[in-house]
Write a protein that binds this ligand. Structure first.
Ligand SMILES: Nc1ncnc2c1ncn2[C@@H]1O[C@H](COP(=O)(O)OP(=O)(O)OP(=O)(O)O)[C@@H](O)[C@H]1O
Length: 333
């Protein structure tokens, strides 16, 4: 499998007078799994589609494998994209869906059969090759869509929320399969998702986008442990980090402090006091939603169960090293 780097320099996108991407610089190394995350409308899909060649680039340069591709059509960029909707041909069999792009490219028949069979083996689709897409499950259809990308032996794989149409159990299974696929192919992959767990578990590198700009780039655990800003701290991690302002923050030399739900514990006399509003008991863990008066609403995650009822007083403590501090500009201190 070929591996290519992807480099973005000052990439911009405008639709008429509306600027949606404001000069993105980004380096994606050969073989790297890069995930774009950010709130709805931040420009993840637009950026991916510009790399694919499906959206014109309004400014800046894009290179793939060292070659400027700004003016190349999608088919000449050596990229293969997998869509959320799968976009399979309904009247073609699984084999023909996977073979189609190769037929168009006039690849010899034997070579097509070899590549389709190899991809089908990797994706465990061998027994379905003569079926039509309508006779497949959602997960199998998504595997065909991925197979269609694999047979083209692209320099770069692009994924646009590929698992979001699948139910929770299948998502988990496909997530593990994608990670395994990346390891076995060693290909460069760029992936857009809304899903925290997908971003944290699949990525070598996460790119957090905010209103058409790169907010922070880093390895998943670096973003989790050392978010550069309030924005990233609030975006990476689920449930979301608690933010507290006012005196509690000021005493700690910040305008806002952050505490992750998993870093809070019940402790008599703890510095965070409130009333338990609701608790969610999942068996192995419990989420406590606490009304902490002037400090606002605080979420705590506890191992096991919590022997408290709504309306009870709850006191929470944390270790000092788990406190995140932010200044008035929202930057980490
Ligand atoms: N054809 C268009 N004309 C004008 N604005 C557009 C067009 N396509 C997208 N946009 C705007 O560009 C911005 C980025 O859209 P994009 O789809 O890339 O966001 P996203 O981060 O992928 O969002 P989501 O997570 O909701 O899919 C949005 O504000 C959107 O309204």
């Amino acid at each position: 499998m070929s591996q290519s780097d992807v480099r973005l320099r000052g990439i911009q996108k405008s639709y008429g007078k509306v600027h949606v991407i404001h000069g993105v610089d980004l380096d994606i190394e050969p073989g790297e799994f890069t995930v774009f995350v950010g709130p709805s409308g931040c420009g993840k899909t637009t950026l991916l589609r510009m790399i694919a060649g499906l959206e014109e680039i309004s400014g800046g340069t894009l290179t793939i494998g060292g070659e400027s591709v700004n003016d190349l059509p999608p088919s000449d960029r050596g990229v293969a994209m997998v869509f959320q909707s799968y976009a399979l041909y309904p009247h073609k069999t699984v084999f023909d869906n996977m073979a189609f792009a190769l037929k168009i490219a006039k690849v010899p028949k034997e070579e097509i059969a070899k590549r389709v069979n190899a991809a089908a083996e990797i994706l465990q689709l061998g027994e379905y090759l003569q079926r039509l897409p309508k006779a497949l499950s959602g997960g199998q259809r998504q595997r065909v869509a991925i197979g269609r990308a694999i047979v083209r032996n692209p320099k770069v794989f692009l994924f646009d929320e590929p698992l979001s149409n699948l139910d929770a159990a299948l998502r988990t299974k496909m997530r593990v399969e994608l990670a395994t696929l990346h390891r076995s192919l060693g290909a460069t992959m760029i992936y857009v998702t809304h899903d925290q767990v997908e971003a944290m578990t699949l990525a070598d590198k996460i790119v957090v986008l905010n209103k058409g700009r790169v907010e922070q780039v880093g390895r998943p655990l670096d973003l989790y442990n050392k978010p550069a800003s309030l924005f990233v701290a609030g975006f990476i991690g689920s449930p979301q980090m608690n933010f507290i302002t006012g005196d509690f923050a000021a005493q700690r030399g910040a305008t806002t402090v952050g505490l992750r739900p998993e870093n809070l514990r019940v402790q008599a006399g703890g510095p965070l006091q409130g009333t338990l509003r609701h608790s969610e008991k999942l068996g192995n863990e419990t989420f406590a939603y606490v009304n902490a008066g002037a400090m606002g609403e605080i979420t705590a995650r506890m191992e096991g169960t919590l022997p408290l009822e709504p309306g009870n007083t709850i006191e929470l403590a944390f270790a000092p090293e788990h406190l995140y501090r932010f200044n008035a500009d929202g930057k980490s201190i």
